[in-house]
Structures are given as C-alpha cells and as structure tokens.
Design a protein around this ligand. Structure first.
Ligand code: IZC
Ligand code: ZN
Length: 408
C-alpha cells in the first residue's frame, strides 16, 4: 500500500486515546499547528510538526487547512427499500411518528418496500448513500437491519451490509435490529415474534457472523423494557453486544436497562431521565445522540450537557433512515451539537470521532490521529475547527483519506 504524507496542515485537531472520552476530557483535544501525518500501509506511523523527514512517499499538501480524523457515523439504518416522502403531508397535518406507525405506516411501510427489493437492489441503493457520506467526510458507518422482520429478509439486509463492507471504501459495522417493530403478521401474537427472534433469527445471524451488535427499539407501542431485555439477553448468549434505542419519544425504561445488560451504547435519549443517565454512567455506556432526528421530529433535544457532567461519554451520529431522519449529513449533526446541545466544537469533534468509534467498539483502532490508528482523515476547506461547526448547509470537505489512500 505504501506511504502517504499529509503535510502543511494549518491546524490538526484530534481527540486522543483508545477509549471513550468522558466528562471534561470530552472537550480536551490535541491541537497542532503546522503539522504533518505519515501513514504507512494504511496505518498512522507518525504525527508531528514542521517539515516531515520521510521521503519516498506520496505527498498531499494540505495548504494550511484543518485536518481531523475521518468521521464515524455510529448509528444508521442504511439498508432500506423506498422512501417515505408521503409521510411529510401527514406530519404537517399533525400526525406524530407513533401515530403513523400505529396506522401501519412508518417502519412498517419501509418493511414492505425492503421485503420487495432484491439484495442487489438494496446494495446499489445503499452504495449511493455511502458515496455521499464519504464525500461528506465519513469514513466508518454502523448499519442496522430491521426492515426485514423475518428470517430471510433480515439476513438479506445483513448480507447487503457485508457486501458493501467488502466493496466500498467506507468500513461498515453491522447491527442486528430484528426488534425494530412487530411485523404485521405477528400483530396479534407479539410473543411469538419475540420467540422467533430469540430462538431462530439471532442464532442464525450469529452463526453466519452477520452482525456484531444486537439492538432493540424500546418504545411505547414497539418493545417494552422487559421485552427489550429478553431480546438483548438472547443476543448476548450468541455473542452479540447490546445496543438500545432508548427514550426517543417516551421514557419507558430503556436507558435504565443499559447497566442491567451491559450495553455498549444507548441511542437517541431525547427524553432520558436522571436515572437513565446514572445507569449509563455506572455501566460506561456511550450515549449515542442523534440531534438531526430531534430536528426532523420537531421534538426536544437530548440532555447532552447533563450527560457530560455526569461522566457519560457522548457520541453523535446521523440516524440516517427514511422516516425520522432522511439526512446522512454528519456536518449538519455537528452544527446541531453546538447550536442545540450547546457542546463546544472540541466536544463535538470527540463525539463524531473517538466517542463514535467507542459506540461501535472501535476506539482502539479509529477515531483519532495517533500512531497505530487507521489512516482515516479529512482535510477541510477550513482553517480551524470552529469554522466547520459554524458554517451550515455547505459540504466543507476538501479531501478524504481512507486507509492511507486519497479518495477525493
Ligand atoms: O424507519 O422510522 N426511530 N427507528 C427508530 C427509526 C426511527 C427508523 C424508522
Ligand atoms: Zn435508529
């Protein structure tokens, strides 16, 4: 693969370490002026200042611009058929997200479209989204199943994720979300669906090594905290690490489950109560916050500052999905992190790099610019970190380097 030097970096900004950063440390980043990065065979070999000594390398001149780690999008529903633009009118007439789901729309309409699509169609559709994510500075993406809701269609989604991981420059990390909704054929017998997940689908997913994580949508009208626990415990038996969609709309106990099941992350947390924050702090769970979803739902915003103050590491991700967040733009998420969560640009950078990596168990390899980490970085059309958090609505990426290769 060879050697790549990125030099003439005006400002290099990166969190440091191999674990999630919490409390005041979330906002303490390393900043270097006039810096360079040397990447050898896809791995960062050296970070320094001034003129690099190395020769025999491909050189990228950053022309005095900002460089950060590649962004990590730790929560997406990347694989889906169709879109849901028909729901916009319903929303504008006052229907809520849960109203639309209860009418058989929402997730369930995407389930119909995903079941109808072939695996190849799902791959090609998601590939376009990944291309756009890469152009926006994202170098790693977590992707969930959850629009199949039966054995064959859940496996189809997970195989699509695997194929994209093998064929697209972005690294994908796979999560089983069979507990995203109760499918219509089990409407009258939800317990049978939970048994199907625990006794048949989870073992099949684990045996085929198609997912690393198991997630549930713990929400009013979807899965209760008790049901969520049953499903996550079944996943654990098969080696799948728990994640939880918790407190997105109603606080029904999802965030409190994190310490009971040892969840690596909890997602959304828009209406997270103090007891949930305590549980996450105790369990070392990463709070994976999705502010573009709050924006799109017109809801309140997660209590990010309370979480940081309580020592909970905060990550931020897109939640890209066809219903509650039809945007994959992590730069917009960074704007909202500052403007709505009132995080500092330094805290925001940590949230979309190292803490995002921690939410998918990759903080040892990803999320910072330090020797030994993967050679994923972004050169920005910006001279400092404040600029990329302050400008809105433009793509500020100049160049993406992925695994030590210049992408664009
Ligand atoms: O398709 O509505 N919240 N799952 C939980 C979603 C949003 C995705 C969707
Ligand atoms: Zn989600």
């Amino acid at each position: 693969m060879g050697k790549l030097i990125v030099k003439n970096i005006g400002m290099l900004a990166t969190p440091e370490g191999k674990t999630a950063r919490r409390g005041a440390k979330q906002g303490e980043i390393r900043v270097l002026k006039d810096a360079y990065v040397v990447i050898e065979d896809g791995v960062i070999a050296k970070v320094g200042t001034g003129e690099p000594e190395e020769t025999d390398a491909q050189v990228i001149d950053a022309r005095g611009r900002l460089v950060t780690p590649g962004l990590v999008d730790a929560h997406t529903h990347l694989i889906f058929g169709g879109w849901r633009q028909n729901e916009l009118g319903l929303k504008l007439h006052g229907a809520t997200y849960l109203d639309i789901l209860a009418m058989g729309g929402g997730i369930l309409s995407t389930v119909n479209a995903t079941r109808t699509a072939t695996e190849d169609e799902l791959v090609e559709k998601a590939r376009e989204a990944l291309d756009e994510m890469l152009s926006l500075g994202v170098t790693t993406v977590e992707a969930k199943s959850g629009y199949g809701l039966d054995m064959d269609n859940e496996l189809k989604q997970l195989r699509a994720i695997r194929r994209l991981n093998e064929s697209h420059p972005i690294d994908l990390v796979s999560t089983f979300l069979g507990a995203h909704a109760v499918p219509k054929e089990y409407k009258e017998d939800r317990e049978a669906y939970i048994r199907l997940l625990c006794e048949e689908v989870i073992p099949a997913v684990a045996q085929a090594k198609l997912a690393e994580f198991c997630d549930v949508f713990c929400e009013t009208g979807v899965f209760s905290a008790e049901e969520s626990k049953t499903i996550l415990e079944a996943g654990k038996k098969w080696g799948l690490i728990p994640k939880i969609h918790a407190d997105e709309i109603d606080p029904i106990g999802g965030s409190q489950l994190t310490s009971e099941v040892g969840a690596v992350s909890a997602e959304h947390l828009i209406v997270c109560p103090p007891a949930g924050i305590d549980a996450m702090a105790k369990a070392g769970t990463v709070a994976c916050l999705l502010p573009a979803t709050s924006f799109y739902l017109g809801s309140t915003f997660a209590p990010a500052r309370d979480m940081i103050d309580a020592g909970v590491p905060v990550a931020m991700a897109s939640d890209f999905n066809p219903g509650s967040c039809p945007s994959l733009n992590l730069q917009f998420v960074m704007n909202l992190g500052c403007l709505r969560y009132r995080l500092t640009p330094e805290e925001v950078l940590t949230a979309v790099t190292l803490n995002g990596a921690a939410a998918i168990n990759r903080a040892d390899r990803l999320g910072s610019l330090e020797p030994g980490k993967q050679g994923d970085l972004v050169i920005w059309n910006a001279e400092d970190l404040n600029y990329i958090c302050y400008r809105m609505g433009s793509n500020l990426v100049d160049t993406v380097v992925k695994n030590g290769q210049k992408i664009s």
